[in-house]
Design a protein around this ligand. Structure first.
Ligand code: HAM
Length: 424
């Protein structure tokens, strides 16, 4: 009989072999956030639909096509949270955090939901590490938030990240920029897709974000946000740049960076990765949202934050080629007890050991060891080894040696202490 159900499209099981990466990501997130005074917040998995329609914007992709919206049994429209900022702002006011000392620094880790076309790096259920610093408009807080994200990637030893920064202005200067964009795109309206024509009418900034080839061709020469900033926005952006420089955080000013959600003002930023391409090149992003609280019907309150995607980051961690320290292999059944005994001894000394308990052939087991990016392989029961000897193979240096079983522990510790060639 066929199984009655399959895993829903666009979702993933996080299997035991992956948990190591997830623990690493969430552990680093908690440590870095807490060390900077950020406190954890968990909001419900579903919220009233209006919260997201109002905050993300009626023309955003999230609202037009990606929300998991359903009526509950009482006939109220509910939506599985597609992002965390609007719920956190709601909770901040609900709980009276606006009356505490400002800014209030919050972080979260958890699942989010967007009904997107599933593809590499795009899921219907995905996870984010996010932070929100609410109640202070100082550009120094933008810098603190950006630095926190940068630090997270650094502590995970993820290289190849580029920080893209822009300012998209505020209620004072954005209307003028919006008109300049319309003037620029107007002569080409007939060539644009229907979707882009509606963006032109409703939110022309989104034309800079379009993936449609006709719009993409026009984007390069479009007016730049930075040329339209009012004095206050210009000063704020200079302060953000100054803070990043002072903090030694490398960044690229990208005057065409716009974000997919409507609530941003002034600073907008994304963390891109060299290995990701196209629409999914962003490991995370965020910015300032000084108008969001008022849009949601609360007292006007500034805020800044980001969210980093854990699935996309996990993909990079996996290619980082850091696996278990040692992969233990018994060549045949009779070698099995000694292999297990040595593996256990190594573990008690803190060596990360995976013991292959399968009956696969030796070359298949060695294949698994290198696929898992193990540093060393321990082979027990090879015919060519003298009595009471085992073989230790360095999988990166591609060298091996036969040693007495009593020498395994000190020799493994010695080999692991030497830096692997090519290690970052
Ligand atoms: P966002 O840019 O929509 O921002 O999402 C942030 C990150 O979440 C993306 O860069 C990506 O890594 C990940 N992500 C988004 N959608 C998917 C998906 N379908 N599959 C896999 N990963 C995905 C926000 O969500 C804002 N709330 C960020 C923010 C916080 N701004 C201010 N504070």
């Amino acid at each position: 009989m066929a199984p009655v159900a399959q895993r829903p499209r666009g979702t993933q099981d996080i299997l035991p072999a992956e948990q190591l990466y997830w623990q690493e990501m969430t552990g680093a997130a908690e440590a870095i956030a807490i060390a900077r005074g950020y406190q954890r917040i968990d909001t419900p998995i579903f919220e009233a639909t209006a919260l997201f329609v109002r905050s993300a914007g009626e023309t955003s992709d999230v609202v037009t096509k990606e929300m998991y919206t359903f009526p509950d049994r009482g006939g109220r429209s509910m939506t599985l949270r597609p992002e965390g900022t609007a719920p956190v702002v709601r909770a901040y006011f609900d709980a009276g955090l606006d009356r505490e000392r400002q800014p209030v620094r919050l972080y979260y880790l958890g699942p989010f939901f967007r009904y997107d076309r599933p593809q590499a790096g795009r899921y219907r259920q995905f996870h984010q590490f996010g932070v929100e610093a609410i109640g202070d408009a100082a550009p120094g807080l933008d810098v603190e938030v950006i630095a926190l994200g940068w630090r997270w990637f650094a502590s995970l030893r993820v290289s190849g990240v580029s920080l893209q920064v822009n300012s998209i202005g505020d209620a004072t200067c954005r209307p003028r920029y919006r008109e300049a964009l319309r003037d620029y795109f107007r002569p080409y309206l007939d060539a644009l897709s229907e979707n882009d024509r509606s963006r032109f009418e409703r939110n022309p900034l989104r034309l800079l974000d379009s993936k449609d080839p006709d719009a993409v061709a026009l984007q390069a020469s479009a007016p730049r946000t930075l040329d339209f900033l009012c004095d206050a926005c210009r000063r704020a952006f200079a302060e953000v740049e100054g803070g990043l420089q002072q903090g030694g955080i490398p960044y690229v000013v990208n005057a065409r960076l716009v974000r997919g959600l409507d609530y941003y003002t002034r600073t907008a930023f994304e963390f891109w990765h060299e290995s990701l391409s196209g629409a999914q090149n962003s490991l995370g992003g965020g910015g300032r949202y000084d108008g969001l609280a008022a849009d949601l019907g609360y007292r006007d309150t500034p805020g800044v934050g980001f969210a980093l995607g854990l699935e996309r980051t996990a993909t990079i961690l996996k290619s980082r080629e850091i696996g278990p320290s040692l992969y233990a292999i018994a060549v045949d059944d009779s070698a099995f007890p000694l292999m297990q005994q040595l593996a256990e001894e190594l573990r008690t000394r803190g060596v990360a050991v995976i013991a292959d308990v399968s009956t696969a052939r030796l070359d298949a087991k060695l294949g698994r060891a290198s696929k898992m990016h193990a540093r060393l392989a321990l082979l027990v029961g090879l015919q060519e080894d003298p009595v009471d000897h085992v073989t230790l193979r360095d999988l990166r240096l591609k060298k091996q040696e036969s040693i007495h079983r009593d020498r395994v522990l000190p020799r493994v510790l010695e080999m692991l202490a030497a830096p692997p060639v090519g290690a970052a």
